[in-house]
Design a protein around this ligand. Structure first.
Ligand code: PLP
Length: 242
C-alpha cells in the first residue's frame, strides 16, 4: 500500500522547490489529483490532508465515486475524453471545469444542455502539443480559430489551456510541448476575445511537474506519484476507441 500522505508531502516539496527555482509564487500553482482507478477510500485520505482538487477521466468512474465522496469538501474537474452521450451524467456530478474540451460538437452539445439548466461551466481547451495521433486535443495551429468558435457559446467559460505533452523521460522533448502551450496562451490573451480568459495552464504530471512549473503551469495533474502505479494502462484512458 502506497503511503498517500508521505507521497503528498513529497509532491508538495517538489512543487515548492520548482516554484523557488523559477521565482514563482506557490499560491499560483494548484495541485490536482488525477484519481483514475483509485478507490474512494484512498481518495478520501488525500482529501483529508487538504488537497481538494481532483479529476477523473471517465464519467462512469466519476459517477461511481460521487456518492462516497459527496460529504468531503472537494472540487471536481474532468480531464478525460468526454463523449457527448455522457454530458447529462457529468452535469449531475458537480464538475466545475472540463479541462478536455477538444471538439466543436462537444462544445455545442454542452452549451445546449447548460442552457436548459440555466448553468455555466468552466472549460480549458485541450491542445495536442506533441503531435501524437493517439492523443486528443486541438492541433496548435487550429487552436485560435477553435477558441473563437467556442467563445460564442456563452455558457462555456474559457479559462485557459490544457495539454498532456509528450510522454517521455527526456526533458528536451517534454519542455517544448509546455513552451508551445505557454506561447499559445500568451498569443490568445493578446487577442482579447470576449468570454475568453487565459489564466490557466494545466500541464505537467508525476514525472515532469518541475518542467511544467518552470514553463508557467498553474495546474499540475498528479496521479501515480501520490497513489502509486495503476493496473490499467493509460492507453485505456487516452485512446480514442474507448
Ligand atoms: C492520469 C493522468 C494524469 C496523471 O498522470 P500521472 O503520470 O499518473 O501523474 C494527468 N493528466 C491526465 C489527463 C491523466 O489522464
Amino acid at each position: 500500500m502506497e503511503n498517500i500522505i508521505s507521497n503528498l508531502n513529497e509532491i508538495n516539496q517538489r512543487i515548492s522547490a520548482a516554484c523557488k527555482n523559477s521565482n514563482r509564487n506557490l499560491s499560483d500553482v494548484r495541485l490536482l489529483l488525477a484519481t483514475k482507478t483509485v478507490p474512494p477510500e484512498r481518495i478520501k485520505i488525500a482529501l483529508e490532508t487538504g488537497t481538494t482538487l481532483i479529476a477523473e477521466n471517465k464519467v462512469q468512474e466519476l459517477k461511481e465515486k460521487y456518492e462516497a465522496l459527496k460529504n468531503i469538501p472537494h472540487t471536481n474537474h474532468f480531464i478525460g475524453h468526454l463523449q457527448t452521450n455522457k454530458i447529462k451524467d457529468i452535469l449531475k456530478c458537480d464538475v466545475v471545469c472540463i479541462q478536455s474540451l477538444d471538439r466543436i460538437e462537444l462544445a455545442q452539445k454542452l452549451h445546449q444542455s447548460l442552457l436548459q439548466k440555466n448553468k455555466t461551466i468552466d472549460v480549458l481547451i485541450q491542445v495536442n502539443t506533441s503531435d501524437e495521433a493517439s492523443k486528443f486535443g486541438i492541433t496548435p495551429s487550429q487552436t485560435i480559430s477553435f477558441i473563437q468558435q467556442v467563445a460564442a457559446f456563452h455558457t462555456l467559460k474559457i479559462k485557459g489551456l490544457m495539454t498532456i505533452g509528450l510522454f517521455s523521460t527526456e526533458e528536451q522533448k517534454v519542455r517544448p510541448c509546455f513552451q508551445l502551450l505557454r506561447r499559445l496562451k500568451e498569443e490568445i490573451a493578446t487577442l482579447e476575445i470576449p468570454n475568453v480568459e487565459m489564466k490557466e495552464l494545466s500541464m505537467g504530471m508525476s514525472g515532469d511537474l518541475e518542467i511544467a512549473i518552470e514553463e508557467g503551469a498553474t495546474i499540475i495533474r498528479v496521479g501515480t506519484a501520490v497513489f502509486g502505479k495503476r493496473a490499467t494502462p493509460d492507453s485505456y484512458y487516452w485512446n480514442e476507441n474507448n
